[in-house]
Design a binder for this molecule. Sequence first.
Ligand SMILES: CC(C)[C@H](C(=O)O)[C@@H](O)C(=O)O
Ligand code: SF4
Length: 464
Amino acid sequence: MSRLMVEKIWDAHLVRRADGEPDLLYVDLHLVHEVSSPQAFDGLRAAGRAVRRPDLTLAMEDHAVPTTGLSIVDPMSRTQVEALRRNCAEFGVTLYQVGDLEQGIVHVVAPQRGLTQPGMTIVCGDSHTSTHGAFGTLAFGIGTSEVEHVLATQTLPQRMPRTMAVRVGAELPTGVTAKDLILSVIARVGVNGGAGHIVEYGGSAVRALSMEARMTLCNMSIEFGARAGMVAPDDTTFAYLEGRPHAPTGAAWERALDRWRSLPGDAGATFDRVVDVDGAAVTPFVTWGTNPAQAVPIDGRVPAPEEFTDPLARSAARQALGYMDLRAGTAMRDIAVDTVFVGSCTNGRIEDLRAAAAVLRGRTVADGVTMLVVPGSMRVRAQAEEEGLDTVFTRAGAQWRAAGCSMCLGMNPDRMPPGARSASTSNRNFEGRQGPGARTHLVSPPVAAATAVTGRLTAPADLP
Ligand SMILES: CC(C)[C@H](C(=O)O)[C@@H](O)C(=O)O
Ligand code: SF4
């Protein structure tokens, strides 16, 4: 029978199947961070259990850590990070701590180290685990009680979601990024457009994307409700992986390649739903509202609530305009920001920093604008410094920080004050996401950099 890629991976990880019950799947890699793990370890301790496979478990400090130094002042953050340190020591789990060269956002570190490989199952108590799907990996976020289950058994009960294909034909125009593509897809299908589905991205425009861009795409699958996002592995995937610290070598590499080449879905295997996108028609996209689907091309204007026929969308738009303090009909390019954030597991990889630096080189950040550039991992930071990108940023007047989730969410000192407005390369523009009362416009790294230069939402092509 012809199978989709996700079905092949699912079948290969099946531990137990029984009528009327979810399947029990084996987990190849379990990533852990300070926010969603404390109760899971507590549960384990209370039950007198060990971590079943500490060698397949990797922990990271990312959400709560400061990006300006080692000491954690906020008591809540400190408690979370100290609990993780104690738990990892007690249960024998490797932990990358703030200050280590290996530390960073889990979804940036694992791919970069070659830990994320095609055909694997990866879980983490974090919704953006979908990022790893870029490698042809079945990767999804789980809740804290599931974290405990995986710690104890290295397995997870799961029901097979429905399947959805997002096929992007042609190629993205020059200067248009995977971030623009995914924002345009979410705007089209809506925040629940992928609910209950595992999405596979394909088509010529996706095949042409780098691994980093594919990660950006898969990262935001969760923002339209999908359980996971995937891209079939190909030569781009293999070239990215080859030589990374955890990638197989020698004969094992050849065997892995054979296995990985058999992963893409069979001809004749069908998806429950297919969305076709014309890659050539995608333009830089920016959000105006408080969910990622409330987005328009940067050439567009803030819509009026009356433009939405669906009553729920209309009231959501009205509420969003209020929170965002925007007037319908305002050109997106006329929206002034005071903060620019380049970073996060969506856009904190080396290519993202290069793209932002390319726009900023020889230019300066506008007066009154604070720009933070936060590498997704300490290795990304080191590489950027080797390439001199840090100098481009600091000369332009931006702040060059250490790795972490930072301003992607208000769980650490990188918080915006109430009423402040950002252009942000992160993935969520929810009310209060970057600090209580703070307003977020989601953008790509090049748009973030161009916006920093003018102080208004700007595409690089607009700059003189
Ligand atoms: C804190 C964590 C559980 C959360 C998530 O699940 O995604 C965070 O990473 C986020 O991006 O909102
Ligand atoms: S960078 Fe943002 S989206 Fe990614 S894991 Fe951290 S908080 Fe979540």
